[in-house]
Design a protein around this ligand. Structure first.
Ligand SMILES: [Zn+2]
Length: 257
């Protein structure tokens, strides 16, 4: 069967020729897909608007020799208007870039698609990017199997539980992959790594650590009004950036003969 249908969110759009676009979609059924949407930059295009950035749509595609061709699209969940809000646009652009860079083409990860759909619904319901940012980072990383370790030491495996580690502060290392115990925090190798740009260890209060643990499983639509969580994104963003950096380094390594 050369024609197939997917439930998808538009991650990226690039112009192609006079009237076409190349779309990057994240779909539930097939993961990331690159496809050509013909004629969508013409004003009378019947599905151009349904394939706007970060729209969710049921998309029908025809498998092509190199790129697949979009043959139809139906919006899911009605009009998407919050994208005109600059904060929402900046947040969704960040998410789309991170997901595009961290996911493999053609590899379905339904949990990742679910996080993106729930983010879409929460934004449409008026939840602010500030209230969502840390929870979405943690849930995207978890869907990709990259969740920060928040219970045990990510380096030696010691269970740390609720115990504040030193003076009421806990230390997290993007390089180590999560929480690190007092002993490992003194490890010269880790101290050396944490001098690198973007790999600095982070300290959080016991309350912030508890909030990070809760946000890993929180319902995104229920975070409305929780603006206090916005500051936790300064802890979760370095973990996302660490994996983005690791990925580009590993791609460079794979390119070597
Ligand atoms: Zn340790």
């Amino acid at each position: 069967v050369r024609t197939y249908t997917v439930d998808a969110i538009v991650l990226r759009r690039r112009p192609l020729g006079e009237a076409d676009r190349i779309l990057t979609l994240l779909s539930r059924e097939r993961g990331k897909i690159s496809a050509v949407a013909k004629g969508v930059r013409k004003t009378q295009s019947k599905f151009g608007a349904r394939l706007d950035f970060f729209n969710r749509a049921i998309v029908t595609l025809h498998a092509g020799r190199s790129l697949d061709i979009v043959t139809g699209a139906t919006s899911v969940g009605g009009a998407w208007e919050r994208i005109v809000d600059p904060d929402v646009f900046a947040f969704t652009s960040y998410l789309a870039t991170a997901i595009d860079d961290l996911s493999e083409p053609g590899m379905a990860i339904p949990e990742l698609f679910d996080v993106l759909c729930e983010t879409h619904d929460a934004l449409a319901a008026g939840v602010t990017p500030g209230a969502l940012a840390a929870a979405v980072d943690l849930q995207i990383l978890a869907a990709l199997g990259l969740a920060p370790e928040l219970s045990a030491c990510a380096r030696c495996g010691d269970q740390l539980g609720r115990r504040p580690l030193a003076g009421g502060r806990a230390t997290l290392s993007p390089f180590a992959g999560g929480l690190i115990c007092r002993r490992c925090a003194q490890d010269p190798a880790l101290v050396e790594v944490s001098r690198r740009p973007g790999e600095q260890s982070l300290t959080v209060s016991a309350g912030e650590l508890a909030a990070l643990r809760a946000l890993s499983n929180a319902s995104l639509t229920e975070l409305s009004g929780h603006e206090t969580f916005a500051s936790l994104a300064t802890v979760t963003h370095p973990f996302v950036r660490h994996h983005l950096g690791t990925r580009s380094r590993s791609l460079m390594a794979a390119d070597r003969p």
